[in-house]
Design a protein around this ligand. Structure first.
Ligand SMILES: NC(=O)c1ccc[n+]([C@@H]2O[C@H](COP(=O)([O-])OP(=O)(O)OC[C@H]3O[C@@H](n4cnc5c(N)ncnc54)[C@H](OP(=O)(O)O)[C@@H]3O)[C@@H](O)[C@H]2O)c1
Length: 295
């Protein structure tokens, strides 16, 4: 006779998945998608009290986790698979590589790492150093090599669109294969739940657009003319500084948009559609979904 399914045993048998950076774009989306799918999730954040107060991530185990504080790496105890990112501004050697070593020591089997499109070609980027460490770690690894996030336009560049009705970026006429964070997160959540092993996924949207074309999409969606301004590098950095952006981040963005200007951000891959069984979210859909953010 077959025994009745035991929900508690099934839950305990499912792997414990750890997500860092959950107060940010990608970690937050991955944690939410995993919880919606019924996975066992531990969320590692620098301020668990603040997250608990906000009520976010109900159903997840909350743990203190700070890449700059080795004592918090014990949050990985009992974890089988984890989502890792390089928090911008942190040091790979001091902050990220110790996480990989601690994960290995504590028996984590798989790490899904948020990387960038083209990391294998641009070896000086921090992401490639993390990838190389993972390849050598003996752990199962997955690289989410993501293109430029659409959510940059609702995040760091939101006020350019909302207040000044412009996209103010030094990307020339270069094309970018904008990808929605929700798609990258869906691939990440799938890789975690299914335990993918040793795969590098190039994750892009379905089309590569110029920022002028992106501005046209926002003009239609918002019902207000949005202009693409293509400032000189010096003007871009000066204006970013006036808006309170740190010099190092302004220069990081300048490098990123120069890559786009040179036509190196235009790769369109079919991986999102292949893995998710549906086309990637388009920039038009993204603009409609988050319309209120710019109004
Ligand atoms: N933007 C893009 O177009 C793009 C494209 C491809 C790849 N990427 C890569 O994506 C990564 C950023 O992802 P995101 O946009 O999700 O980040 P994000 O929104 O900027 O959030 C960063 C997260 O990292 C956490 N964090 C910061 N310092 C930390 C530390 N010392 N220890 C532990 N956590 C720390 C932050 O937590 P707190 O709330 O505590 O600060 C926050 O949750 C970067 O590696 C970037 O290069 C970005």
């Amino acid at each position: 006779m077959m025994s009745a399914p035991n929900a508690l045993t099934d839950l305990q048998a499912s792997p414990l998945l750890f997500v860092m950076g959950a107060t940010g774009n990608m970690g937050g989306e991955i944690a939410r998608q995993l919880l919606t799918a019924g996975a066992r999730v531990r969320v590692g954040v620098r301020s668990p009290e603040r997250v608990a107060e906000s009520g976010a991530f109900a159903g997840a185990d909350l743990a203190r986790f700070d890449a700059s504080d080795a004592s918090t790496l014990e949050a990985l105890d009992g974890v089988q698979r984890m989502f890792l990112l390089w928090p911008p501004g942190t040091n790979v050697t001091e902050d990220v590589l110790p996480i990989i070593a601690a994960a290995r020591k504590r028996g984590v089997q798989q790490i899904v790492f948020l990387s960038i499109l083209g990391a294998e070609r641009v070896r000086i980027v921090p992401h490639r150093r993390v990838e190389q460490a993972l390849e050598a770690s003996g752990l199962d690894w997955v690289f989410l090599r993501a293109s430029y996030f659409m959510q940059n336009l609702s995040g760091v560049h939101r006020d350019d669109l909302r207040v000044r009705r412009e996209i103010f970026l030094p990307a020339g006429q270069g094309r970018t294969s904008f990808v929605d964070v929700r798609d990258v997160a869906a691939v990440g959540a799938k890789a975690l739940m299914e335990g993918h092993r040793n795969c590098a996924y190039n994750l892009t949207g379905g089309a590569a657009l110029t920022y002028g074309e992106a501005a046209d999409i926002f003009s239609v969606t918002l019902g207000k003319r949005v202009h693409y301004v293509n400032p000189s590098p010096i003007r871009f950095v000066r204006v970013a500084r006036q808006h309170g952006v740190t010099l190092s981040f302004a220069l990081f963005m300048l490098a990123e948009y120069t890559v786009a200007k040179l036509g190196l951000a235009a790769e369109v891959s079919t991986t999102v559609a292949e893995l998710l069984g549906r086309p990637p979210i388009s920039l038009r859909q993204f603009a409609e979904d988050f319309r209120e953010v710019w109004l």
